[in-house]
Structure formats: C-alpha cells, structure tokens
Design a binder for this molecule. Sequence first.
Ligand SMILES: Cc1cc2nc3c(=O)[nH]c(=O)nc-3n(C[C@H](O)[C@H](O)[C@H](O)COP(=O)(O)OP(=O)(O)OC[C@H]3O[C@@H](n4cnc5c(N)ncnc54)[C@H](O)[C@@H]3O)c2cc1C
Length: 429
Amino acid sequence: MLDRMEGKYDVVIVGGGPAGMGAALGARNSGAERILMLDREEEAGGILWQCIHSGFGLHYFREELTGPEYAQRFLEKVIDHDVDLATSSYVSGISVDSDGTKNVRVMNERQGLVTINTKAVVLSMGCRERTRGSIRIPGTRPSGILTAGLAQKLVNLKGYLPGRRVAILGSGDIGLIMARRLVLEGCEVVGVFEIMPYSNGLSRNVVQCLDDFGIPLHLSTTVAYIHGRDRVEKITVAPVDQDLKPVMSKARDIKCDTLLLSIGLIPENELSLSLGILMDVVTGGPRISSTLETSMPGVFASGNVLHVHDLVDFVTRESLLAGQFAGEWAQGVRRPDDNIRLLPGDNVRYCIPHTLSPEREHTIYMRCKEAMKPCRIRVGNLMEKKLRFVAPAEMIIFKIKPDLLDRFHDDSLRIDILPAKKGKRHGQS
Ligand SMILES: Cc1cc2nc3c(=O)[nH]c(=O)nc-3n(C[C@H](O)[C@H](O)[C@H](O)COP(=O)(O)OP(=O)(O)OC[C@H]3O[C@@H](n4cnc5c(N)ncnc54)[C@H](O)[C@@H]3O)c2cc1C
C-alpha cells in the first residue's frame, strides 16, 4: 500500500472493487505508466469480501469461486503489475483544468487532504443500497430494519446476527442470498415479499437460496406497515393491485423481529454529477461511448457505477476495456467520435454503451422491461437473435460485429425485444 501519493499519474482509478481492479489491469495492458487505484476502505476488493458464498468467476475463470477468492486473484494481479494502491483514501472531488488535466482530491490519514494530477480517470465507485426512506414504508421506527447488504456485512465479516425471525422485503440477489445465509446461521426466515409479479434476482438464486431451503417467495406482495416500539415486533403484508398499491382488505400480520430490505441498488455517482457528466436517468449512471468514456473527455466509467450488474465476471470484462481505453487516452490516442446512437425500443429498459462506432466489435449490455418467452432481439435491420426468455433481473449480453455496422448508414440504431416468430425453434441466449 502506498504511503505517499505524489507527481502526475497517467490513470487514476476511483474505487478498488472488481471494476477498479479490472480497470487498473486494463490500463497497465495499454502501456500506461503511472497508475493509481484509490479506495476509501482499508482493503481494496469492494463488496466482494462480504460475499462469502460461491458463484463468482463462472464466466471469467470457468470456476466457481467465493467473492473473497475472486477479489484475491485480482488484487494479487494488481499488485504484481505495479499499480500504486492507496486504501483508506476517500476521493472527495474531481475537477478538470482547461488543458484537460484532472485533479483528484483525496483524503487519508497519512497525507490529509491531497490533490493528485492525472491525465485520465476511471470512475469505479460501485453502488449503494436503497433504504426504507426511499420507499417510505409506513409504521413506527424501531430497530431491526436494515438493508440486506448491511446484514451480510454484520453476519459474514463481523460475526453478529441481526435477529432471529426475519422477513425480507424485495427479492434482489442480496436478499435471496441473505435468506439462505440466515437460515444456515439458525434464523427463521418467514418469507421474501416482492411487490413485482416476478423475482428481481437471478433465477439460479431463487432456486438455490429459496426453493432449496423451503423459504416462501410471495410475489405481488409488499410490506404495508411496520410495528414495534423499540424493536420490530411484526409487519403487515398485503397483496398489491395493478397500480402496485397494497390491498388492505387482504392484509395479514406476520410476527418477526427483523426486516431486511433488498429493494434495489443506486450507482454512487456524486463525483460524476459534480463533474457535470451527462447521466442516463434509467441506469442512474453516466452516459458512455463505446470506449466507456463519459461526456467528460478523459473520464471513463465501468462496473456498478455505470449500471447495476448481476455478475462480477461482466464487471471485470467491461472494466478491463475501460482501463485499456483510459490508458490509451493518457498516451494521446484520440479516436473519432462514435457516430451511431443506440436507442432502447420495445421492451428494452436500457442499453449500454449509448453510442457505437463501426470501428470495432461491441458488447451490448441491456435489460428488458418485462419477462418474455420465447423472444428475439432485433437490432435495427442488421441482425436478429433468438432467446429462450428474457427477464428484468437477468442482464442480456450480445455482440455486434464491426462488419455489420460498416454497412449501416443511419445515425441511430434501435434495439427491440419482440415475441418469437411463430413456428421457429429457439436457441439459447
Ligand atoms: C450481496 C451481493 C451478492 C453478490 N453475489 C454475486 C454472485 O454470486 N456472483 C457474481 O458474479 N456477482 C455477485 N454480486 C455482484 C458483484 O459483487 C458486483 O457486480 C461487483 O462487486 C461490482 O463491482 P464494483 O467494483 O463496480 O463495485 P463494488 O464492489 O461496490 O466496489 C466499489 C468500490 O469503490 C469504493 N469507493 C466508492 N466511492 C469511493 C470514493 N469516493 N473514494 C474512494 N473509494 C470509493 C468502495 O469503497 C468500493 O470498494 C453480488 C453483489 C452483492 C452486493
């Protein structure tokens, strides 16, 4: 770990989670010389240290690793590749000089407040969890209400049990994983309650974390009231109508001492916003070009700060590229602006990146609005891809080859998810 940060860097990476570590290695591969990775925590590795379950690395390493194992592999690589690493270092601001130099303001115990100059920046700050305040659950304000990620940290890293009889609101992956974890720790999980008619977690997590442990998943149901003076005593749950409003005539009370919230993640973009970077209102992350560059020249973004990923493997792939392009930018490589805008069409919530160039192959990351099966993705009139199913919780990933875009002369390319054509057999996504 670095004691003093000084001099001018080629690339500074804000956040040392899987995205930051991937970006650091990508920047190193590009030939950039001075690379600095900063993280506010005592250890780099991001959220992975608390994810002690397996399921990481299946795509990237073709092995099933735990979160800490995945983090350790990358951390060792980052150190072996001579990336300067400063932990317990909080980035409080970034500004850009008229000549394009970026000034990264960092606070840590060793140097106090220090400003680092760099040619390029990669934003890899990850995301944070939504809390009770963001959905305003009525009721009292007792102890025993916490986000699923915080419960995961308490149980897996600190050795505390948040409660004994637990209800979980929201079926995001963290909630599903914590349902299983708490049962393994001897708690009773009374149920997972999901307002939508489908789970918001990966199908594999519904099967492995709920079905295998006999934990009920109540779809189209929400927590309508929290009861308890000092500690949660019970919750009122109710099915919801078409407008997602609780139907109180069908409400019932469930005794529990703890309510975990797994109701979504918010990309941590305060720094991006302070830089005036253009944002995507749907993803909550920056708008980016096909080189993962934001609207601020020389500032790149990858990982959960850009859009919430379900699998870390894709965070790594995306971030290796972001680091590579940032490193090239620092060495003076300037590419022509992308000339094709990607437009989300029917049943498409968002697509990343936001623009494309015919110069290279592109990996498109997107999410649908509603589940559909079987179906097809139509990319303008360039290509169609058959899928067995799509679901909002499962990221859709596919490639567009440069030879296809070579033949494309429009300035925008629309992507739709449509029902499958009748009478055709369907392949896998
Ligand atoms: C509970 C849970 C379970 C998961 N399970 C799986 C699974 O089974 N399989 C799988 O493949 N994926 C899983 N994931 C997803 C995977 O862990 C994430 O996709 C991945 O960690 C995102 O990486 P990131 O680097 O973008 O963000 P993070 O891991 O959140 O890292 C962001 C880092 O940035 C730092 N940071 C933020 N702001 C600042 C600042 N201002 N200054 C300095 N540092 C800052 C933070 O301290 C943090 O270390 C899971 C995620 C969670 C939360």
